[in-house]
Ligand binder design. Structure first.
Ligand code: FUL
Length: 486
C-alpha cells in the first residue's frame, strides 16, 4: 500500500520547468531508503553506453565458444578501436564496455593467468593488447572505459577447482591495474562446465574486493549488483514500474538470481540501491555475423528500446559488435547516426521551455487518500506534443509510486492523458498528439515528499518512419566518416 507524500508548503511558487529541483529541494535534506552513491549517480547520468562483444566468436560465428579454438583464429585484419570510440561518441554514448574475456576464456589482453590470449595468437606477432588500444581510444574521445570479464571460462584448466578463483582474481587485478580508470565492471552470472567437466563455485566477495581496491569508483554489474543490476531480459525492456532498490539477501548472480520479474521492477522496499541496466544487441546475436548484416535493428526498434530503457529509469547498454576486420560495420554505424538524429529531432527542443510552473496541493481526487502534490505548467502559448518526460531527484532516494498527467477539459475540470507508477531518474511517456496551453503532473503516490526534478514536453518528427531513403541519404552526407559505404 502506497503511503502518500508530505506536502509542500509553498503554494503558488512559479519557476521555469527546468528550475523545479532548485525550488523543491530546500528544506528537504532527509533521505528516503537507500540512496545512490556519487558514482552511481554519475553512472545513471551517462544514460547510453556501447557494449562491444569481440573475440574468437567474431571469427568462428559462434555465440559461445567452447574454449578449444586455436588462438590464431583471432586475427582482425584492420583493428581500429579509435573507430569504435569515434562512432560511440558521435552516437551520443558516454562509455564503452568490452568483452575482455568471454566464456571461451580468450583474453583480449596478454594475461599472465592464461595461455589462451592475444599473446599466443600469431596476430601482430603476439604483441597485441586490445584493452590498451581501446582504453587509449576512449581517453582520446572523452569516453569512459569499462570491461566485461566472464568468470565462466571454458578453457582454463583450473576452472572447476578452488584454485580458479585466485586465477580469476589475478586476471581482474591485471585488467584494473593497467588500463586507466574503469567505470564499470560487467560480471556475467553464467556458470557452466569447464574443460574438466566441472562447474566453479565463484568467490564473489574476493572478486568484488579486487575491483573495489583497484577501481573504487567502478560500478559492478551483475544480476544482483552491487553497483547496478541486470533487468531480466535481453530484449531491451525494463519494467514500467522500475524501482532502483533491490533485496539481495539469499541471492547471487546466475542461477541463484532473483526471478526475472523482480529484476524488471526492483523491490519497492529493497534494502540496496541497485539501479537497472538494459543490455541489448543492435543485431540478433551478441557477436558479429555476416548473415546478420541485414538484421540490424531499425531506428523505430531502437526508439522503442529507448523508451523502454532510458525512459523507464534504466541505463541503456547497446551492443555493437565489430566485424572480422575489427571495425564496426557500415550498416551499424549508419543506423547509430540515424538513431542519434532521431533523438535530436525528438528531444532537441523542450516545448515546456518558458512555462510558468506552480507547485501546490490539489483538491481531493477520487481514489487518492489525501490531497496530492501538483506541478502545473502554464506554457507561453498553445503547444503540441506527444512525448512527456518526468525526472525525479533521486539523490535522496526514489520516492514516487504513482502519478497522473492532466490537461484542462471544457474550462471546468481536468482530464487525464497519461498515468504511471515509478518515475526515478527519467520517465518517458508516449501519448497521442496533444495540444494545450496548460498541463499538470499530479503525484498521487509517494513514500516521502516527492522531489520532481523537471518536466519536459517533446514532439516526435512525423517523418520518422516515412522517408527512410531520404534519411539515409541525409545521414550519409552529413556524417560521411561513419557511412563508409563500399
Ligand atoms: C550473457 C552471455 O551468455 C552472452 O553471451 C552475452 O555475453 C550476454 C551479454 O550475457 O549472459
Amino acid at each position: 500500500m502506497t503511503a502518500l507524500f508530505s506536502l509542500l508548503r509553498r503554494p503558488g511558487l512559479a519557476a521555469s520547468a527546468g528550475l523545479l529541483a532548485a525550488m523543491l529541494l530546500p528544506g528537504c535534506s532527509r533521505t528516503y531508503g537507500p540512496v545512490p552513491s556519487e558514482a552511481q549517480l554519475e553512472w545513471q547520468k551517462m544514460e547510453y553506453n556501447m557494449f562491444v562483444h569481440f573475440g574468437p566468436n567474431t571469427f568462428s560465428g559462434a555465440e559461445w565458444g567452447d574454449g578449444t579454438e586455436a588462438e590464431d583464429i583471432f586475427c582482425p585484419t584492420d583493428l581500429d578501436c579509435r573507430q569504435w570510440a569515434r562512432i560511440a561518441r558521435d552516437a551520443g554514448m558516454k562509455g564503452i564496455i568490452l568483452t575482455a574475456k568471454h566464456h571461451d576464456g580468450f583474453c583480449l589482453w596478454p594475461s599472465s593467468t592464461s595461455t589462451h590470449t592475444v599473446a599466443q595468437s600469431s596476430w601482430r606477432g603476439g604483441q597485441a593488447d586490445v584493452l590498451a588500444e581501446l582504453s587509449a581510444a576512449c581517453r582520446e574521445y572523452g569516453l569512459k572505459f569499462g570491461v566485461y570479464v566472464s568468470p565462466w571460462d571454458r578453457n582454463h584448466p583450473a576452472y572447476g577447482t578452488p584454485k580458479y578463483n585466485k586465477v580469476f582474481a589475478t586476471a581482474l587485478e591485471e585488467v584494473h591495474s593497467n588500463y586507466g580508470e574503469v567505470f564499470e565492471q560487467w560480471f556475467d552470472g553464467a556458470c557452466g562446465e569447464g574443460p574438466s567437466g566441472k562447474k566453479q563455485e565463484y568467490d564473489w566477495p574476493l572478486f568484488h574486493s579486487v575491483v573495489r581496491r583497484l577501481s573504487p569508483k567502478a560500478i559492478m554489474f551483475s544480476d544482483v549488483g552491487p553497483g547496478c543490476r541486470w533487468m531480466g531480459n535481453e530484449r531491451g525492456i525494463a519494467g514500467e514500474t522500475n524501482w532502483s532498490r533491490l533485496d539481495t539477501e539469499g541471492f547471487c548472480p546466475g542461477a541463484g538470481a532473483p526471478p526475472a520479474d523482480t529484476l524488471q521492477r526492483g523491490n519497492v522496499h529493497g534494502a540496496h540501491w541497485i539501479p537497472a541496466e538494459v543490455d541489448v544487441s543492435i543485431r540478433p546475436g551478441w557477436f558479429w555475423k555476416e548473415s546478420e548484416n541485414s538484421a540490424v535493428k531499425s531506428v523505430e526498434q531502437l526508439a522503442d528500446i529507448w523508451f523502454s530503457s532510458v525512459g523507464r529509469n534504466a541505463l541503456l547498454l547497446l551492443n555493437v559488435p565489430p566485424d572480422k576486420r575489427g571495425r564496426i560495420c557500415e550498416v551499424d554505424s549508419l543506423r547509430l547516426m540515424e538513431f542519434r538524429d532521431w533523438r535530436e529531432a525528438v528531444f532537441g527542443f523542450d516545448l515546456a521551455d518558458g512555462a510558468v510552473v506552480k507547485v501546490r496541493r490539489v483538491g481531493d481526487m477520487a481514489g487518492v487518500a489525501c490531497k496530492p502534490l501538483c506541478v502545473e505548467l502554464d506554457l507561453p502559448e498553445m503547444r503540441t506534443f506527444d512525448v512527456i518526460e518526468l525526472r525525479e531527484n533521486i539523490s535522496r532516494g526514489q520516492r514516487i509510486s504513482s502519478f497522473v498527467i492532466q490537461i484542462p477539459e471544457n474550462d471546468a475540470g481536468w482530464k487525464t492523458i497519461a498515468e504511471g507508477t515509478t518515475i526515478g531518474y527519467k520517465r518517458l511517456l508516449r501519448i497521442p498528439e496533444c495540444r494545450t496551453r496548460r498541463i499538470r503532473v499530479v503525484i498521487t503516490g509517494s513514500y516521502a515528499r516527492p522531489l520532481i526534478d523537471g518536466v519536459s514536453l517533446y514532439h516526435s518528427p512525423v517523418s520518422q518512419s516515412v522517408d527512410i531513403q531520404r534519411d539515409a541519404e541525409m545521414t550519409t552526407s552529413a556524417f560521411g566518416s561513419h557511412a563508409e559505404c563500399r
